[in-house]
Design a protein around this ligand. Structure first.
Ligand SMILES: [Zn+2]
Length: 286
């Protein structure tokens, strides 16, 4: 059966048909700027309706917490105005197809798990605009009873650190994410985005990238202690930026032996959320 997969992100919406692990008819559009439920509904209809007639079911990967088919935002800055959006009910009515939905990092974690040569216990971390994660243990994606499992970006990196969009101070996301790197920039780097900061070879730029890598390495030691995972897969635009993963590896190597775990770059650069949601809809992973 062909799955219509949808990815709802803070900056773009994407959709594609997925059969097995083959994707076709991929479409994308910007996430509506007004960020009201009505604007999102209109954008989703325009994006997915041309694909509906080819599909037998819908699978959604979305930013935020997905619980009982409802989307809520842990960091309202990512999807302001969309708290308690009834994602599954809306898409079932719009497409007349069965719909399942899961957090986007959890979906990507499942796609990355399926791409591993050995399906060991794994943790996926994506370092991008925010920091997201997903945990797969004993072949099962951990979503938690309320959908919160794996939101590793909101664990504590520094109790005196910057305020995070979730309301907590010093989350990993506030320090290590692209938005966090940009927010901490001062002087000649003020106002630049993370990509531009990565391209500058100045002491401040190197320091910001290093503190991001340090925060991520400490998080990886923590998740090793919590899950005893056998591999950590790192993705996202910051996570896959040139030279970033070696920095994280160097920081992790400073930790005691018991916290060491192999790090791998993500197999899927883009669309892991679309593919992971489709793979979850076809299997019994949840
Ligand atoms: Zn947070």
């Amino acid at each position: 059966m062909t799955t219509l997969a949808i990815d709802i992100g803070g900056t773009k919406l994407a959709a594609a048909l997925v059969e097995g692990d083959v994707m076709s008819m991929r479409r994308a559009c910007p996430t509506p700027g007004s960020r009201t439920p009505g604007a999102l509904e209109e954008a989703l209809r325009a994006l997915v309706l041309p694909l509906v007639k080819h599909a037998g079911r819908v699978a959604v990967a979305s930013t935020g917490i997905i619980h009982n088919g409802v989307l809520t935002s842990i960091n309202p800055a990512n999807l302001g105005g969309l708290e308690h959006f009834p994602l599954v009910a809306f898409l079932e009515a719009a497409t007349q197809l069965p719909v399942m939905a899961v957090n986007d990092a959890q979906a990507a974690a499942w796609a990355e798990f399926c791409a591993l040569p050995e399906r060991d216990d794994m943790v996926f971390l994506t370092v991008s605009t925010g920091v997201g994660g997903g945990v797969v243990l004993n072949g099962k994606l951990q979503t938690g009873s309320g959908g919160l499992a794996g939101h590793l970006g909101h664990t504590l990196a520094d109790p005196a650190g910057p305020l995070c969009g979730c309301g907590r101070r010093g989350c990993v996301e506030a320090i290590a994410s692209g938005r966090g790197i940009a927010a901490q920039a001062q002087g000649e780097l003020a106002g630049l985005d993370a990509k531009a900061i990565f391209s500058r070879d100045t002491p401040q730029a190197r320091g910001l990238v290093a503190s991001s890598a340090h925060a991520l390495a400490r998080l990886i030691a923590d998740v090793k202690a919590v899950t005893d995972c056998q591999v950590v897969v790192v993705g996202g635009s910051v996570g896959l930026a040139e030279g970033y993963l070696p920095l994280v590896k160097a920081c992790l190597s400073q930790e005691p032996d018991v916290y060491q775990v192999p790090l791998r770059a993500a197999h899927y650069r883009h669309d892991a959320g679309l593919l992971g949601a489709a793979l979850l809809a076809t299997g019994d992973a949840l």
